[in-house]
Design a protein around this ligand. Structure first.
Ligand code: SF4
Length: 185
């Protein structure tokens, strides 16, 4: 007989009541596959290279974004960013992307949304204490960072998440910031 997974045991032990929320559950991601997210971590070095080229192209397009207006460019860029990063990293659109400092493992997938390393609850198998079937995003972040050229960026202390930037484009923000810095030189 196949042993039930830890998550199945948790689900079975959960108290059954009349109220079942339609779309919210602490176990909502149990059935999900993390395949693409884990693929991205395994290929963090290649993605680091691709992202550097991509950021460069975006920066070259700064005059175009300026001509259109960053505000007007936001909706279409955000549409693409959300889908591409959502597919590859399970991006939560925090608007202040740190993937290049976290081994291409998005820290916003941590149920506690920790931005500076794991909590003390990582299981012996490297999985999350809150979502037992999910590999800890910080264990993966460390693995991914070890393959990257600038992997030691993981040691940089991250600021708390600025919630006012949620659902905004990190791509445009990074580009506008780099352009402003370039103009100061
Ligand atoms: S750090 Fe933020 S912007 Fe980057 S992938 Fe995660 S949720 Fe998305």
């Amino acid at each position: 007989m196949v042993e039930p997974t830890q998550a199945q045991k948790v689900q079975a032990a959960r108290q059954k009541t009349a109220y079942k929320p339609a779309s919210v559950s602490p176990q909502r991601r149990v059935q999900r596959s993390y395949a693409l997210r884990l693929w991205s971590v395994r290929h963090s070095r290649a993605l680091e290279w691709v992202y550097a080229r991509f950021a460069d192209i975006f920066l070259r397009l700064h005059p175009v974004w300026n001509a259109i207006g960053y505000g007007r460019a936001e909706a279409p860029v955000k549409f693409v960013e959300k889908r591409v990063k959502g597919l590859m990293f399970d991006c939560r659109m925090c608007g202040q992307c740190v993937l290049s400092s976290t081994g291409m493992s998005c820290p916003m997938n941590c149920p506690k949304q920790l931005r500076n390393g794991p909590c003390g609850g990582v299981r012996a198998n490297g999985n999350c204490e809150v979502e037992p079937d999910m590999p800890c995003v910080w264990v993966k972040a460390w693995e991914g960072s070890r393959q990257m050229v600038h992997g030691d960026a993981i040691l940089t202390v991250q600021k708390p998440v600025d919630q006012s930037l949620r659902e905004t484009s990190a791509w445009l923000r990074v580009t506008a910031k780099a352009a402003a810095e370039r103009e100061l030189q």
